[in-house]
Design a protein around this ligand. Sequence first.
Ligand SMILES: NC(=O)C1=CN([C@@H]2O[C@H](COP(=O)(O)OP(=O)(O)OC[C@H]3O[C@@H](n4cnc5c(N)ncnc54)[C@H](OP(=O)(O)O)[C@@H]3O)[C@@H](O)[C@H]2O)C=CC1
Ligand SMILES: N[C@@H](C=O)C(=O)O
Length: 245
Amino acid sequence: MIAIISGASSGIGFEFAKQIDDKNYEEIWLIARRAEKLNHLKKILKTRAKILALDLCEEKSFEIIEDELKKTDKKIGLLINSAGVGINDYYKKTSLEDDLRTIDLNIRALISLSKISLKYLKKNGIILNISSSASFIPQPKFAIYGASKAFVLYYSRAIRREFKDIKVSVLCPNRVMTEFIKDDDKKTIKDLGNEDIKKLVRKALKQMGKKDIISPHPLSKLLLLISKVIPHSLIMKFEKMLGMY
Ligand SMILES: NC(=O)C1=CN([C@@H]2O[C@H](COP(=O)(O)OP(=O)(O)OC[C@H]3O[C@@H](n4cnc5c(N)ncnc54)[C@H](OP(=O)(O)O)[C@@H]3O)[C@@H](O)[C@H]2O)C=CC1
Ligand SMILES: N[C@@H](C=O)C(=O)O
């Protein structure tokens, strides 16, 4: 049985790889563009690792992954779709190229990897998709990213109910200090919601498959709750007052 992690070269994906190292997978497949970072991770892991240094915004990467899956006799026990990007800026300031890359990686790549994996997932295998607390309400100054993560949330919850023998969960972290957070976005009010990456991943591994939405941080939980009971327009007004956009 193998585990596949996209976005394994840094941040949350990297931490997942470390924390599943003692979970008895025969191999962990590590996907991201930076081969040197993946090689470094491979050296740390006790489990055998396969490095797939691929750009998931390129169509041919999925042919390569599928070819590798065809070649192996092992089934997938766990697929973690962690690769993701997001630009925290006003819509008129981000380039169309960056907007489309966000969609390509956060949505197209996640769907492609999941779809390809279906044939190779073992009975009761798990797909864990990484969304965000940014998926709960529209995100001014983070519009494309927030909308892409809302897609991941809705899509994951829907397919979970279609499958009998595959478990799908969606993780909605609040804010984690990884390469994802650029210097300009540090030291903002959002820092109040920073979460510990080790704790986040530990909780996700415990709850994946069993729970539909996994949102360990209290602020993430609170936002999910208020997004259901308070009009989004009011929440966004409040965020404006807090200077979030
Ligand atoms: N950090 C945070 O506050 C939060 C993050 N999230 C989500 O968690 C996930 C992981 O983010 P995080 O670990 O924080 O961010 P990082 O920037 O640390 O990691 C992003 C990962 O995605 C990979 N990646 C980026 N572009 C591509 C590409 N074109 N092809 C293949 N891989 C790519 C990167 O590897 P490489 O550059 O080597 O290709 C890297 O491994 C993302 O989906 C993010 O949206 C959700 C909520 C909060
Ligand atoms: N939730 C975080 C990203 O997904 C953020 O708001 O920075």
